[in-house]
Design a protein around this ligand. Structure first.
Ligand code: DHB
Length: 364
């Protein structure tokens, strides 16, 4: 049973990131929920890195022996998952209020909530805490069980959706003296753009003219003209790295943002959640077919090995592409040196491509 405190409409329309790793797209297809993604998603074979007014293509297909990424909005994945679950006759409760989890350190975990005016209780075998960074599951774990690791970044991203044909076929990540910028897309008619802003900036500080001026400046390169269009969505994303260890307390298993946050550079958040759930699903399947706790007992260690590799990649992409407030000429030149290396060394390019298209998803 799925207990969700938001409305179906809310989770299906909230704009989030939109890049699926190779293995994430494959898993959706294998699970029978990839049909619309295969029809509507945009398959990309590479990205571009832009610095000092030059663009460099990273050819993922060539560098990784055929791996690619799919641009498909996270809320579209959510729509497909909800529809499949409802279609299969599964119970999904929306707009649940006062949700509380208990008893997960015993044999009798329970979820209590109220919905539609009724007080409800679910007696569970297990609880999967997939309720995000601000959810109730992680804070319900008794003190002393979890160790938290955290890093704040001194900037945020302003993201916009613009109704205009993307000016580039592929994503462009730009390191500019004025700060990071990213061109992405959602469809042949919708451009998604991000730019580094101050951590406490509100969208009101960014009127349309200022947004376009910064984007034009930061994404400028030979032969490229950014296309402007009506801005239909605007939001500020905070940047944080966070991990809670272990990703389990008794019969409560934390997955996705409930257990870890990555900064958005490289679009790993949802992909990492999918990788957790793949491990957890295999562990549940094994438990219900053989009553073996082996994979459940290994869930946290298995997931954390990948989590920390992806933490490193997201931190590295962030550090390579953003301006930090205390940076001086040394730091900027060091970043350019790194970008020169990544775009000219096959070994370095392969490392980026391997991480970007997705590290192997392990089950145990
Ligand atoms: C998108 C978001 C990201 O964080 C990223 O690295 C690439 C693309 C996006 O929303 O399209």
């Amino acid at each position: 049973m799925v207990v969700e405190n938001r409305s179906r409409e809310h989770i299906e329309s909230r704009v989030r990131a939109g890049v699926l790793e190779h293995g994430t797209a494959e898993l959706l297809i294998e699970s029978g929920v990839g049909g619309r993604m295969q029809r509507e998603g945009l398959v990309h074979n590479g990205i571009e890195l832009c610095f000092q007014g030059r663009r460099h293509r990273m050819d993922f297909r060539e560098l990784t022996g055929g791996r690619r990424i799919t641009v498909y909005g996270q809320q579209e994945v959510i729509k497909d998952l909800v529809a499949a679950r409802v279609e299969a006759g599964g119970t999904v409760i929306f707009e649940a209020e006062r949700v509380a989890v208990s008893g997960f350190d015993s044999e009798a975990p329970a979820i209590r909530f109220s919905a539609g005016g009724a007080e409800c209780e679910i007696a569970c075998d297990f609880i999967a805490g997939c309720d995000g960074y601000h959810g109730i599951c992680r804070p319900s774990v008794p003190p002393g069980v979890l160790t938290l690791f955290e890093r704040q970044y001194p900037f945020a991203w302003l993201g916009i959706l613009a109704e205009v044909r993307p000016a580039s076929q592929e994503l462009i990540y730009a390191n500019h003296a004025r700060g990071f910028a990213l061109l992405s897309m959602r469809s042949p008619e919708l451009t998604r753009l991000y730019l580094q802003c101050a951590p406490d900036d509100e969208t009101g500080a960014w009127p349309e003219a200022r947004i376009w001026e910064e984007l034009h400046t930061r994404l400028a390169s030979a032969g490229f003209t950014l296309r402007e269009g009506p801005i239909v969505q605007k939001s500020v994303t905070q940047m944080r790295s966070f991990v809670a260890e272990p990703m389990r307390c008794g019969r409560l298993f934390l997955a996705g943002d409930a257990a870890h946050i990555v900064p958005p550079t490289g679009a790993k958040g949802m992909n990492l959640a999918v990788a957790d759930v793949r491990v957890l699903a295999a562990a549940f399947a094994s438990y219900y077919s053989t009553r073996s706790w082996d994979l459940l007992d290994r869930y946290s260690d298995t997931s954390l090995r990948r989590v920390w590799q992806v933490q490193h990649f997201s931190w590295w992409m962030t550090a390579m592409l953003h301006r930090f407030p205390d940076d001086d000429g040394f730091d900027y030149r060091r970043q350019i040196g790194e970008l020169e290396y990544v775009t000219t060394s096959r070994a370095a390019a392969q490392s980026l491509a391997e991480n970007y298209t997705g590290l192997p998803m392990l089950i145990a």
